[in-house]
Design a protein around this ligand. Structure first.
Ligand SMILES: [Zn+2]
Length: 94
């Protein structure tokens, strides 16, 4: 039980640090160049729209880079998680 609380505390700290750094980054970025950033965004979109792939198991759309790829009969399938991939593999075996 003590080990569990230790783990929980580590997770909470990790989340807090993540949120803190994210906010600091946002504030810093907005503060530094508020106009040039929005102008740039309108003229040339720097963030490329990633292709979204559909998970055949749960039907969720996932960005290609984050999806779990699996080659199946000459086509590549994209899964949102290992769980969905496993579900697919199990259904294949039947
Ligand atoms: Zn899924």
């Amino acid at each position: 039980m003590i080990a569990f609380f230790r783990l929980l505390r580590i997770i909470i700290f990790a989340v807090l640090f993540y949120l803190l750094f994210r906010n600091l980054y946002k504030i810093f970025w907005k503060h530094k160049r508020p106009n040039s950033f929005t102008n740039q965004k309108n003229k040339t979109p720097q963030i490329k729209e990633e292709q979204m792939k559909k998970d055949p198991i749960c039907g969720t759309y996932i960005p290609e880079s984050q999806a779990i790829k699996y080659k199946h009969e000459n086509e590549v399938l994209f899964f949102c998680s290992e769980t969905c991939k496993e579900k697919f593999l199990k259904s294949e075996k039947k």
